[in-house]
Design a protein around this ligand. Structure first.
Ligand SMILES: Cc1ncc(COP(=O)(O)O)c(C=O)c1O
Length: 376
């Protein structure tokens, strides 16, 4: 967060600004890309290996496997627990589509379970009620950067012998009772899509785990199922991370903590500026440290507020407008409006205010005042 003020200029404020965030690193990234090009090693290789070690350390985990996307990480998580046709995987309906793709890719059934109103994450009591003898895993999404209640979910998993998979695509550096996303379940799936808290210069993802056996199998699965070239232990994929992404991620990783700290400061200022509005504001659950990937407010006047933000040249996003159980691609599951009222209400009432590490104090104040002005 910069102290520079732009209150007088009235420039548009974007919902996010990856360009200014990464600009200070551009020269270093250019140099690293040059190094990769000179090396002739463009896929995996030493830059990716170094990034894997460094990101595992950041997550306080033993292993990290560099991949080409978060979606691939979720797919591989299914393979690592031998999930397939006839199996069920519990997921929230209010999430990005990739969470649901994971069970679908392996022929398993995504079983939607309601979220908790305060955190947007899986409600453990509802999870327990949805378990059948076909349930094999739970994918706990840390939505908007707020950790899911993985302590309660872990207990449920242990009781029913299920795998706990973190969808940590939005939660690099989030914590629950001092433990980081990455070690809150059996495996954690991260995305480094450029809008994420840790951006690559293109697509990227990783699977993080403390289990050596899973990490080793994941390394083979991402590389056509082979430990040794042209010998295939099982059917695999080309889900390898590119060397340029590994090199760029190593550079960006050095700033991740300070970027997350800046997000937290912005969030705290928004909480002060919006305290007297009728908005439902994001609050951290006891013991939770959000990575504040997004700052999500809720109002029944969402449409009017969006118009007001537009008129004041303030960017926003609103996702996810249609929960996954109501998407046409899952029509065969037979869900209808009203099946998951908390998720459906979230889809109608959520607005994400601008939050990016290089927001100036002036921008933060203007957003806060514009939003509170709508209600006064
Ligand atoms: C919650 C969640 N899961 C999974 C993904 C998929 O990550 P990727 O875009 O790297 O495939 C995303 C990315 O938007 C996400 O937000």
């Amino acid at each position: 967060m910069s102290s520079e003020s732009d209150q007088t200029t009235f420039q548009p404020i974007p919902a996010l600004d990856v360009g200014t965030q990464l600009a200070p690193h551009r020269a270093e990234v250019h140099e690293a890309i040059g190094r990769v090009l000179d090396s002739g090693i463009y896929v995996l290789g030493p830059e990716v290996e170094a990034f894997e070690k460094e990101f595992a350390t950041f997550c306080t985990a033993e292993h990290c496997v560099g991949l080409n996307s978060g979606t691939s990480a979720l797919h591989l998580a299914m393979r690592l627990f031998d999930i397939g046709v006839g199996d069920e995987v519990i997921i929230p309906p209010y999430t990005f589509a990739s969470t649901a793709w994971a069970p679908s890719y392996v022929g398993a059934k995504p079983v939607f379970v309601e979220i908790d109103e305060a955190t947007f994450n899986l409600d453990p009591a509802a999870v327990e009620a949805a378990i059948t003898d076909k349930t094999k895993a739970i994918i706990a999404v840390h939505l908007y950067g707020h950790p899911a209640d993985t302590e309660a979910l872990s207990e449920i998993c242990q009781k029913h012998n299920l795998a706990l998979i973190e969808d940590a695509a939005q939660a690099h550096g989030a914590e629950l009772n001092g433990k980081r996303a990455g070690v809150l379940g059996d495996v954690a799936c991260f995305s480094f899509y450029p809008t994420k808290n840790l951006p690559a210069c293109g697509e990227g993802g990783a699977l993080v785990t403390n289990r050596a056996d899973l990490a080793e199998r994941c390394r083979a699965l991402r590389n056509h199922g082979s430990f040794q070239r042209y010998f295939h232990e099982e059917v695999g994929y080309n889900y390898r991370m590119e060397a340029i992404q590994g090199a760029a991620l190593r550079i960006h990783l050095k700033s991740l903590q300070s970027w997350n700290d800046a997000r937290r400061k912005i969030a705290h200022r928004y909480l002060e500026l919006l305290a007297d509005t009728p908005l439902l504001l994001p609050r951290e659950a006891p013991g939770a440290l959000s990575a504040y990937h997004l700052f999500t407010i809720r109002t029944t006047e969402a449409e009017g507020l969006k118009e007001h933000l537009k008129a004041n040249q303030i960017g926003y996003s609103a996702h996810y407008p249609k929960p996954m159980h109501l998407q046409p691609c899952y029509a065969e599951l037979g869900h209808k409006e009203g099946d998951f009222p908390v998720s459906e209400a979230a889809a109608k009432t959520c607005i994400n205010l601008p939050i990016f590490p290089t927001m100036t104090d002036g921008q933060i104040e203007r957003v806060g005042k514009t939003v509170s002005g709508f209600f006064s």
